[in-house]
Structure formats: structure tokens, C-alpha cells
Ligand binder design. Structure first.
Ligand SMILES: [Zn+2]
Length: 68
């Protein structure tokens, strides 16, 4: 069956985004069976949140460095 771009409503912000054929192929390649539920913006936001947690771990090192 031929693939087509799909319009999906983002679970987080309610905005419509396009799940392009290219993205669908990428998902298939990765073995993902679920379609994305969030738009790219929200996914990036989630990713950024996850990355923001890391500096907290580094703070421990900085605290130690201050003590020396
Ligand atoms: Zn969104």
C-alpha cells in the first residue's frame, strides 16, 4: 500500500502536525509500531526537559569542587 502524509492532532498542544511519509519510513526503519502522538515542537520540548535534568547531576560535582 502506498504511504501518504498523515495529519495527527498533537496530544499535548492540540495542534495538527503532519506525519510525513518520510517520517513513517523512519519509524518503520526503527521498528516503531506506534504513530507519534506529539508534534515535533512538543517532542523537542520533552527532549529539552530531559536534558535539563542533567545539570542537576553535575551540580554535585561543582559542589565538591567548591569545597576543595
Ligand atoms: Zn504539540
Amino acid at each position: 500500500m502506498e504511504k501518504k502524509d498523515k495529519v495527527i492532532v498533537c496530544k499535548d498542544c492540540g495542534k495538527e502536525f503532519t506525519f510525513t511519509v518520510r517520517d513513517q519510513e523512519f519509524y518503520e526503519e526503527k521498528g516503531f509500531t506506534n504513530e507519534p502522538v506529539r508534534c515535533k515542537e512538543c517532542r523537542d520540548k520533552k527532549k529539552a526537559e530531559r536534558n535539563n535534568r542533567r545539570p542537576n547531576d553535575n551540580r554535585r560535582f561543582n559542589d565538591n569542587r567548591d569545597r576543595f
